[in-house]
Design a protein around this ligand. Structure first.
Ligand code: THG
Length: 378
């Protein structure tokens, strides 16, 4: 069910360099991301999912804004913001890196791109990292400039993305490794081409460096992709739940630390550089967190994507909440991410749906298999 209202748009809600093309392509829904319109649906969530997993799509993800950090202390500031070892990020490489505050709370979960020794783009999810970075820089007296440059990413995602990238940008894109990028020009349009993207279908991200050329870049990639069946698309709720890609603000917030988010693999807690969250994270290290973001399967008939958290309980006691849920046509069951209490009452987990009804819930493994939950999802 769509919400019973529309969104009022004003200049405060920023459009993107690709906005005209997105409208012409028949976008049906947007969300708001970094104060910017981000498409979420074209044909339908399921039709978009099928096409993304079988063909190739072009996404306007300009809402993934860049926080640019340059100057003598650029590396020191980026290191200060994250428990990830950014010193080991080569020029031309990206790293997925949770940002964490003095309590170990997650501020954002960006990709960090190193454009030069002393030049970074922090490609942020939906929270105001620009202001936080400026505050940290001023407070610690770092010699840096922190700004939001005129940079807007497009994503090219899907199993045929390699064919389209080759047609649009050249054969060199085939040799580009995962999480590496190259600065280039296409028809005079300055871009950064990276092998990355917010799906597990494979693909590229193309960071446009001149917002006045958005239409031209879109058309160029769309035309190169025509014979591969390219369509406009967007980050897809079903695919990203299946792939356990975290949506900051929904699945994880400032209230959660990297252990609860399951982002320990992207932390180098003993890295040589100083970082703000070091003491807070050291204190919690090695202890089981009180709650953890899990894949869960919700039993019964297909459910609609949730507009609010759905409470979980075990033996009548609160046991966490579902953050993101959708019906997976591939797995033929309701898949979800949930912040689940680790020390909950024994016995079945249940969720309360918006209509007040209850369903059984089972924690799933990385392949969405549930143990002892034969009735779940059937
Ligand atoms: N691309 C760019 N900027 C972004 C996103 C993106 N900013 C917002 C948001 N997405 C940031 N969050 C993520 C989350 C996961 C990944 C990328 C960005 C991701 N994760 C892979 C995984 O979890 O398997 C790979 C991580 C790795 O191996 O290092 O790709 O998508 N520009």
């Amino acid at each position: 069910m769509p919400p019973p209202f529309t969104l009022s748009v004003s200049p405060r809600l920023r459009s993107t360099p690709f906005h005209d093309r997105v409208l012409a392509a028949g976008v049906q829904a947007f969300t708001v991301y970094n104060h910017m319109l981000l498409p979420t649906v074209y044909e339908s969530l399921e039709a978009d999912y099928r096409h993304l997993t079988e063909r190739v799509q072009l996404w306007d993800v300009a809402g993934e804004r860049q926080v640019e950090i340059r100057g003598r202390d650029a590396l020191a500031l980026v290191e200060w913001m994250t428990p990830r070892d950014v010193g080991r990020c080569a020029v031309g490489q990206c790293k997925y890196a949770p940002l964490a505050d003095e309590n170990g709370g997650i501020v954002n979960d960006p990709l960090i791109l190193r454009l030069a020794e002393d030049h970074f783009w922090v490609s942020v999810a939906d929270s105001d990292v620009l202001l936080w970075a400026k505050g940290l820089a001023a407070g610690r007296g770092f010699d840096v400039t922190v700004s939001e440059p005129d940079v807007s990413p497009l994503a090219l995602q899907g199993p045929l993305a390699g064919d389209v990238a080759e047609a649009a940008f050249g054969a060199w894109t085939r040799a580009l490794r995962f999480f590496r990028f190259r600065e280039t020009e296409i028809d005079g349009i300055p871009v950064v081409v990276a092998r990355s993207g917010w799906s597990k279908q494979g693909g590229f991200e193309i960071y446009l460096r001149d917002g006045s050329l958005g239409g031209a870049l879109w058309d160029r990639i769309r035309d190169a992709g025509a014979r591969y069946g390219i369509r406009p698309g967007s980050p897809n709720l079903i695919e990203r739940i299946e792939s356990r890609l975290i949506s900051y603000g929904t699945d994880v917030t400032l209230e959660h630390d990297p252990f609860e988010a399951g982002l320990d693999a992207f932390c180098d807690l003993d890295k040589p550089a100083e970082y703000l969250a070091r003491d807070a994270l050291a204190a919690r290290r090695g202890r089981a967190p009180a709650r953890r973001l899990e894949r869960v399967v919700i039993g019964g008939e297909r459910i609609e994507p949730n507009m609010a958290f759905l409470p979980l309980h075990a033996a009548g006691r609160a046991a966490g909440y579902v953050t993101s849920a959708a019906y997976s046509p591939r797995l033929e069951r309701n898949v979800a991410l949930a912040m689940v209490a680790t020390k909950r009452e024994p016995g079945a987990l249940r969720v309360t749906l918006p209509d007040g009804s209850e369903r059984e819930v089972a924690v799933a493994d990385e392949n969405w298999r549930v143990s002892g939950g034969a009735r779940i999802g059937v």
